[in-house]
Design a protein around this ligand. Sequence first.
Ligand SMILES: C[S@@+](CC[C@H](N)C(=O)[O-])C[C@H]1O[C@@H](n2cnc3c(N)ncnc32)[C@H](O)[C@@H]1O
Length: 435
Amino acid sequence: MAMFCASSLLGSCYSPPFPTRLSTQRLQRGLASPPFARCSGPATPASMVSAGGGCAPVQAMTVERDLHMAAGDGKHSYAVNSIFQRKTVMEIWPELRKAVKEAVKSLSPGTGSTMVAADLGCSSGPNTLLVISEVMSTVRAHVRDNSGAMEVQFFLNDLPGNDFNLVFRSLEQLHGPVAAEEKAAAAAAPCYVAGLPGSMYTRIFPCQSVHLFHSSHCLIWRSKVPEDLSNGTYVNAGNIYIGKTTPQVVVKLFREQFEKDFELFLTLRCKELVSGGRMVLTFAGRKRGEMPMHGGVARVRELLSEALQHLVQKGHIEKKKLRSFNMPYYAPSGDEVTQLIKKNDLFDIEDIRLFESNWDAHDDSDGYTVPDCSSSAENIAKIIRAGIEPLIINHFGEDILDELFMAYTSILEKDLEKGKAMCPVILVLLKKSKH
Ligand SMILES: C[S@@+](CC[C@H](N)C(=O)[O-])C[C@H]1O[C@@H](n2cnc3c(N)ncnc32)[C@H](O)[C@@H]1O
């Protein structure tokens, strides 16, 4: 059963950045188009800067408003191109199961048996359902073993631009035909799912109301591009993330933004978790000793910067447009994460590990050499495109998309001759501290 309460659909904790009149118009249009359309849209606010590629006026990026994965289930959508992230979700099953079992124990005996769980940055597509079904099968195994009963309220959180409609439509797959013994377990532990739009860098739950948080591939996203970069005080030498030519001062800005965001995230979640509640967090990071401009995350982003620079050289993107585009992103090292958690002192680290995932999730071959650089390049480009396309459209316009990702694919293909593109992923399992 899916619960769509009015407050969650309208995002009670989310303050819309637009005047009520415009928000109402958008609601009437079914939120189908962005507030400021690209080639034919409503009036252009004065703060907009002119777009390269000759198409449209665009606004400076606001993460809460503009960030979402490619919507729908078409060929460029996140739903179809998220196998890389899916593999991560499945890699951490043991820790997730452990956290669920501990979270169940944190249900207070007096207040009944409703467990509240949330997936932060759930996006849309098969991965979203996978997390719910893994949590529920662990809960139901517990209920079966203990001949008990409990209910689960499962919140799916993401930014308001996420394709929640696709998520809601796909929920019926959770309630497909099941074997007889599973029916009994499902009846003993029903799951009620609700959508919760809002930024995880704001409060999204009442105090001490959640037993389990899960979040996968979301914490790499920053709440904003560092201000001194977005306001032009510093520039990033044609890079869209940290690259080899990024000035040290800019590297520091990205790192400081991560520190602020991550500490805020821990503080907010600590308030929302019950005593003994658990968090399972996975996100792309860096291996020990790797500088921010090195490693698997920087590599694929730097090649995308190269593709954008290629379009600048061809005159298809204005140089100043590229200069003003930076990804709200930071891939931390395990040590940076550990230090912040310890400094913050709100959580105990129950587990932390780093594993590597091939950016080409279709390539399961052993060794370091890429068996087929051309198909690997295509696969990686699709994954990256599904995650970044809306931000690219918002800043550069839609017209450059195909050319950009063709250039990116061929740059990737050449680069893969050096060896596989691996992405370090950090997993951390946290327990809310007693004090
Ligand atoms: C790469 S997707 C991961 C989706 C899914 N968890 C998975 O593993 O396939 C990252 C998701 O995080 C969401 N996200 C980024 N920043 C966020 C924020 N501040 N609050 C909530 N969600 C956020 C994005 O909108 C996106 O849907």
